[in-house]
Structures are given as C-alpha cells and as structure tokens.
Design a protein around this ligand. Structure first.
Ligand SMILES: [Mn+2]
Length: 480
C-alpha cells in the first residue's frame, strides 16, 4: 500500500487524516535544511497528578505532532537532511507493561502505524545518530510569545558527543507551522465544523434555569461522541450574565458554575481538538432565545465589526489594521445606539476602544489554539501600547494562514470605572446609558477563518445574525 493512502481517524464518521500530512511537513522542513544537519525533536512525556500514580490524559507536544503525528509519550524524532528520512524513537518498555497497557507494539508495527521510514528504541538514539554521520544536530529552542515559555528542547544521554545548534531550527519550523498545507487545512475545516455543530447543539439546549456547566457538557459530548475529539483545545468558557465580561471565565475558581437566568446573555467560547488541530469558536446569544433591544445593540456592534474584517481581510493587509477596522465599526455602531458620543478616531486615539474590547482581534490557530509564529524574527514586532500590544501577531496576512476573528464588547466594571475617572476618556461616554449596561456582561463573536488567495474563507458555521439566532433557537430543533 502506498504511504499516501494510510490514514488515522477516530472511527466511522470521523475525519480520515492522511499520514502523508506529516511526511509533507517533513519534506517542507528538509527543503529548508543543509547537508549534514539532523533535526531532533523530543515529544511530550506523561505527567502525574502531584505525587500520585494518576496521569493527566496525555497530549502530544505540538511541534512533535507536526513532524510525525505520533500519539505516544516518551518518544523522539530525528529528521536527516541528507536522506530526507525520518527516524522515530520509542521507549523500550518492560514486558510486564503488557499486563497493564495491552500488547506492546514492535518497532516494525510502529513503522507501519505512523508510516515513518525507520523506528528504533530511545536507548539507541546516540548510536543511530552517529550512524547518520550527523555533522550538526538541530534542536528546538525558542520563545512562545503567548505564554512566555520556551519550546521543549531535546536532551538525551550522549548528546554531548554531538555538535548541537539550538537556534537555527526554531524560526524555520515555526514559520512552516504558520502557513498551512492543503491537508492541514482539511483537518482544520473538519474540527471547525464539528465545533460549530457542537455550539449549535448547545444553543438549542440552553435555557434559563440551567447551570452554565450543563451547557459546557453538551459541547464536550458532541465534540467527542459525534466528532471523535477526545480533547477540547482549552478550558471551555461558558459565561452567562455578568460572567460574560470575564475574559477567561471557566477557570478553577469559577468553573462555569452560575445559574443561567432569564434575560442573561450567554458568551460561550469553546473549541474541539482533532488530531492535535484546534478550533476556537465563540457564540453569544440570549439565554431565552430572544434579543432585547439593548442586547441587539451590543450584539450587532460586534457582528458588524466581524463582518467588516471578513469582508476586508485578504493577503497583504496588516492584522493591526484589521483590529482597528473592527474597533471603528463597533464604536460607530455604539455611537449610533447612544452609548458613545464624539469622533470615533478621537475615541481610538484616547483608548476608548481598549475599554470596551481589551483584547486583540484574533490570533493564528493550528496545532496550538494560540498558534506559534506571531512574532518571529523578520515579522513586525509587537506594537508598543494597548490595545494593539495585546495582539498575538502583528503580521501581514498571507494565503493559507488560519486565524480567529473575534471582536468583542464588554462592560467590565474595573475598566468602566477607570474610564469614568479619566478625563481623556470620560466625555466619550453617555454615562446614563452606559450605567444601564453594568452587569450586562459582554458579547464576543469568534470565527476561525482561512486566508485564501484573494480573501477570507470562514470555517465557522453557526447562526450569527440576530434573526438567524432567534429563528434557530425557536425552531432549530425541528431540523436536527
Ligand atoms: Mn480565540
């Protein structure tokens, strides 16, 4: 059987990921290397809960997934620039593990499972790398500009016998991850569709009287049971009412644990994860299925901002300009609605945009939900001041990038109070109207989009307009 026909999936009805997706990634990387170089990546290890023998459900490290798609912990992968061959190294596990873990795969079985050129045991790393005539071992080290953490650099016993460079690889492989291949785009299309459908199930289920986490559970159920997504890409954010103004709601101290009340807006930010590829979608809608005039005003301010970005986005435009475009459209609409007054450009000069939307317009997405490559050397640097400094990238859009578009409008008490006490900002607000929105929470609309050769293709398929949402929540169950 040709390698290109081998696939991995979670079974009937789920997406068949061709393993050639990973060999294509390897070939793209080999094309950037020089003779004598060997790339060495170390995969993730399983992690125990504190001092116990209970492990976290394993998630593979994203660069490791990118290069080989291997799902087991404790592995290494070497890519030889001389031959283009990939060598997987798996742990040599004691035979009695079979009692607890099931049958241990042989190297030959791993080779077939992952369609790689060669498979060895981890304890053979040094000898195999010597046999490849490795002149320079390239390991991965570099900053994750979203977390401030550093990529996991490969280490093994005997590495000091090699000449190692840990600077060459990072910008090359991170840049390759920014521009998706056609095969990667199809996986993203799938996980976005599954996540969109899961959001629609949540929308049909939600009603006043439920707890937020019950809505979260519907999302998890659909992603996993129907879509084969064992993981979600991040902790589900299921804020209702005032909680919708907490940008990372759903954390341990606030585990989506509020009762949803009649009159609440819901802001549900959730994304499935399939084969390591992440979706990140937010839906905002009234819990009872019918927008009040106030809810409609805020919702449409955000919706029209999203529409403008989807309309204007294409290769060549600066992401920063898209952020400001979204801000402008939103502020203009809020001004029409009587919340704001004065000139919109003056509002932006004075930071009113950052009061209502403190976060960036969106981010690269792929094997990480906040994907790598936002601020690589040679790319525009992080803008100096908020809100633009909060952008996770300031890059010029290029075809085959995948990003989120996620404008939002929030009534965050702390920021509103700051604006009220700031003479440069206070006069832009009609406070008697704004006060009505204290406790409103917020609205975010988040789509996952592909930059095409001449525009934007939206991978998110959920009810978005006020009419669509009201119709779907009233009648959608009839069309299941
Ligand atoms: Mn996001």
């Amino acid at each position: 059987m040709a390698a290109t026909t081998i696939t991995w999936s979670m079974g009937p009805g789920t997406f068949e990921v061709p393993l050639s997706l990973f060999s294509t990634n390897r070939q793209r990387l080999v094309d950037k290397l020089s003779p004598g170089q060997v790339v060495l990546l170390q995969g993730g290890d399983s992690i125990n809960h504190y001092d116990t023998d209970v492990e976290y459900v394993f998630r593979q490290e994203a660069y490791f997934t990118w290069i080989c798609g291997v799902r087991e912990p404790g592995c290494y992968f070497a890519l030889d620039a001389n031959t283009g061959k990939g060598h997987l190294f798996v742990p040599r596990l004691p035979e009695e593990y079979e009692v607890w873990m099931g049958k241990l795969l042989t190297c030959d079985e791993f080779k077939k499972l992952y369609a790689v050129d060669e498979v060895h045991y981890v304890d053979e790393l040094r000898d195999v790398l010597k046999s490849l005539n490795t002149e320079l071992l390239l390991t991965l080290s570099g900053p994750n500009t979203d977390s401030g953490l550093t990529a996991k650099e490969a280490v093994f016993e005997g590495i000091d016998e090699f000449k190692v460079d840990n600077e060459i690889l990072f910008p090359i492989i991170a840049e390759l991850r920014v521009i998706k291949t056609p095969a990667e785009i199809e996986v993203m299309r799938y996980v976005c569709k599954v996540s969109s459908d899961a959001h629609k199930q949540v929308m049909l289920y939600t009603k006043p009287g439920l707890m937020e986490y019950q809505c979260e559970s519907i999302f998890l159920d659909h992603c996993y049971r129907v879509g084969g997504c064992r993981h979600v890409s991040y902790t589900c954010i299921c804020g209702s009412g005032h909680n919708a103004a907490t940008l990372h709601y759903g954390h341990a101290a606030a585990p989506n644990s509020k009762l949803i009340r009649d009159g609440d807006m819901c802001l549900f930010d959730m994304g499935g994860n399939y084969a390591g590829y992440a979706a990140d979608i937010t839906c905002s809608f009234p819990a009872n299925g019918k927008f009040t005039p106030d809810q409609k005003l805020i919702y449409e301010a955000v919706l029209f901002a999203r529409d403008a970005v989807i309309r204007e986005g294409k290769p060549g435009v600066m992401w920063e300009d898209m952020h400001l475009l979204a801000n402008r459209v939103m502020l203009e609409h809020l001004k029409k609605g009587g919340l704001l007054k004065g000139d919109v450009e003056d509002m932006i000069k004075n930071g009113v945009n950052a009061i209502l939307q403190p976060h960036g317009l969106g981010h690269l997405i792929g094997l990480d939900v906040h994907d790598v490559g936002g601020y690589l050397p040679g790319c525009p640097p992080r803008p100096p001041a908020p809100p633009l400094s909060r952008l996770r990238t300031a890059r010029r859009l290029q075809a085959r990038m995948l990003l989120t578009v996620e404008p939002g409008c929030y009534f965050i008490p702390r920021l509103l109070d700051a604006a009220k006490n700031n003479p440069a900002q206070s006069h832009f607000f009609n406070w008697e109207v704004v006060e009505r929105f204290r406790g409103f929470g917020g609205v975010r609309i988040e789509d996952d989009v592909l930059v095409t050769d001449d525009g934007i293709e939206n991978f998110t398929f959920v009810p978005r307009t006020v009419a669509e949402i009201e119709d779907f929540m009233a009648n959608g169950a009839n069309f299941k």
